[in-house]
Every structure is written in C-alpha cells, then in structure tokens.
Design a protein around this ligand. Sequence first.
Ligand SMILES: NC(=O)c1ccc[n+]([C@@H]2O[C@H](COP(=O)([O-])OP(=O)(O)OC[C@H]3O[C@@H](n4cnc5c(N)ncnc54)[C@H](OP(=O)(O)O)[C@@H]3O)[C@@H](O)[C@H]2O)c1
Length: 196
Amino acid sequence: MHLTILAASGRTGSALTRQALDRGHTVTAIARDISRIALDHPNLWKVAGDVSGPLTIDPDSVVLSGLGADTPGVLLAGAQAVVAAGPSRIIWLGAYGTGASAEAAGEGAAVLWKFFGDRIPDKVAADYAVLTAGGTVFHAGVLTDEPAGPGRVVGLDEAPPFDLGAKISRETVAAAMLDEAEHPRFPGAVALPLAG
Ligand SMILES: NC(=O)c1ccc[n+]([C@@H]2O[C@H](COP(=O)([O-])OP(=O)(O)OC[C@H]3O[C@@H](n4cnc5c(N)ncnc54)[C@H](OP(=O)(O)O)[C@@H]3O)[C@@H](O)[C@H]2O)c1
C-alpha cells in the first residue's frame, strides 16, 4: 500500500513512518523541514510541505496525519488540504474529549478546555472536514513516548469516561492508525485507541 504521512517529523508522525516502512508499505513523508525526518529507507520519499501553503499529496495514497500545532487554524488548513487532494482514505489524529467524543468523555474532559480551549475549535473543525470526507479520526487520550504496548480500538458507543491517567503511547496509536489504513473498521467515524 502507498501511504502519505503528514507531519512525519513529529513524534506520532515519526512512529507512523517507521512502523509503515516496517510493515512493508511505501511511504511519502511530508514535513516542513525534511531534515527533521530521522529515517532513511529505500521505500521512503521525503517531501517538504507546510499546511499553510500548497501540499503535494498523491491521490492514490492513504493519508495518515500526526499533525499538531499550538496555533489555531493549522489543523483545519491541514485537513482541508488533505481532503482537497482526494486521497483514497484519510486517517487523522485528534484528541479524546473534543467534538464528537466530548459527550462520551463526560465531565472529566472539561480539563481540556482549561488548558487547550483556544485550540479546540480548530481540532473540531479539522475532524469534521476529515469525517465528512469519509475518513477516520482517532481520538487519543494523553500520549506518551513509551514503546508500543497492547492496545485495542473501540467506537464511541464503547467509549470510557475521560481519564487523565489513562495514557497511551504514540507508538501504540500509530499501530492502531496503520491497522485502520490496512483494514478499515471506522470509515467516516471517530475511533478510540485504548491501551491494554
Ligand atoms: N499530547 C497529547 O497528549 C495528545 C493527546 C491526544 C491527541 N493529541 C494530538 O495528537 C497530534 C500529534 O501529537 P504529537 O505529540 O505527535 O505532535 P508533535 O510531536 O508536536 O508533532 C507535530 C507535528 O506537526 C507538524 N506541524 C506543525 N505545524 C505544521 C504546519 N504548519 N505544516 C506542516 N506540519 C506542521 C510539526 O512539524 P515540525 O516538526 O516542523 O514542528 C510536527 O511534525 C496533535 O494533533 C495533538 O493535538 C495529543
């Protein structure tokens, strides 16, 4: 399968890129600064791209995103650029307790508004653009840099209450996103990667 990884220089983006290559996929890795993609592989092509400008995305690829930013508007710009390219599928990383998962997450997710309130509308708008295009949005809880561990993926109907202590590693989330690219279970829907 040919995959495009958006924000391949980031922590989740680099886990996605390395695991995709390990699984035998060919990968176009997009980053603002390709020197920050610390991987070399015969099946890896590095392409410079900032979501605030034109992005080159192969419409025959499946796009996986690890895009993240402190500046409101970046996520929506990225989602719109990916959707406009018309790839075969989009697998997007979002945050549990925002937008479509806010109700399932319950009152515990209010802490997100305290710390990231100014960025949540951007997350919700980006998610909506991806979901409307039939993509899958992974709503992860607090991320860590631990190695990959056991994980499972559930839909919103099985979502547990938001818990700041229920952490999951970026490696485990990346594996779940790649599983979804290979075997779609949640097209046009939010999926929750859970540890354990
Ligand atoms: N942290 C958590 O606990 C948590 C929990 C749930 C969900 N999330 C979400 O998970 C996502 C990824 O998190 P992460 O920790 O892996 O992120 P990260 O390590 O901070 O990486 C962010 C990536 O986005 C790229 N980026 C930023 N602005 C860009 C732009 N204008 N154009 C192109 N690329 C741009 C960065 O590029 P540079 O390398 O050039 O900076 C970097 O590759 C985020 O959306 C975050 O909100 C995080």
